[in-house]
Design a binder for this molecule. Structure first.
Ligand SMILES: [Mg+2]
Length: 218
């Protein structure tokens, strides 16, 4: 049966899925920096960066380092002046440490829902569809608190009906004190989406950004 899905014992229109899904994207904040900070309390309030293999590029920045204008992926030598002037703490990457802490975070998430999708070392999708619209943000806050308590890693959680929208919600959550944003139950998302930079949307890279900006005068 085309455009139909067998769900709850009956054939339902495919669009039904979109209305029932509540997907959370859990993303660790400045993950590599957060890992280094766990074992080094002295750098908790300082600007910190972590370098890629062979110390070539900056691959993780603390909020303080971001505020100094250090860019993601920037070659280390280019940021060196800012780093020295501001006493930025620099670390070589330690992937066995990050891998271990990543597994601990994912294991903690599985306590809430065993069916998680690990998307990268510091990101996972969780299906929260079994919770009601009103509950879902509170559930997100509980997940965030538990991960922080059990692993020491701060996270941001975005909840929405699709993966792309949960990424958008996560982007908003990162700027919020609570660290959790739910777009579930919001009928018109346009006013929210208008404030999102197009290159912050998943799958829209540098070239596509240029294309869209030209097309719509963004
Ligand atoms: Mg992250």
């Amino acid at each position: 049966m085309k455009n139909k899905i067998f769900l709850f014992g009956e054939w339902l229109p495919m669009s039904y899925i979109q209305y029932t899904k509540k997907l959370a994207l859990v993303d660790c904040n400045s993950f590599y920096v957060s890992c280094e900070r766990l074992f080094n309390p002295k750098i908790r309030k300082k600007p910190v960066v972590v370098l890629s293999n062979n110390d070539g590029c900056i691959v993780s920045r603390s909020t303080e380092a971001k505020a100094l204008g250090i860019k993601m992926g920037e070659p280390y030598f280019k940021a060196k002046d800012i780093i020295i002037k501001n006493d930025v703490q620099v670390f070589s990457s330690n992937y066995s440490l990050y891998g271990d802490l990543s597994r601990r975070v994912m294991r903690t998430l599985k306590r809430f829902n065993s069916d998680i999708e690990v998307y990268s070392i510091d990101e996972a999708f969780m299906d929260l569809s079994n919770f009601s619209d009103n509950e879902v943000e509170q559930v997100g806050r509980e997940i965030r608190e538990t991960v922080l308590k059990w692993t020491g890693i701060p996270t941001s959680i975005g909840i929405a009906k699709t993966k792309t929208l949960s990424k958008v919600a996560n982007h908003i959550a990162k700027k919020k004190q609570s660290g959790v944003t739910s777009l579930i139950g919001i009928e018109n998302l346009d006013p929210i989406l208008e404030k999102i930079d197009i290159n912050d949307v998943w799958g829209v890279g540098r070239q596509m950004t240029k294309f869209y900006q030209k097309k719509w005068n963004l």
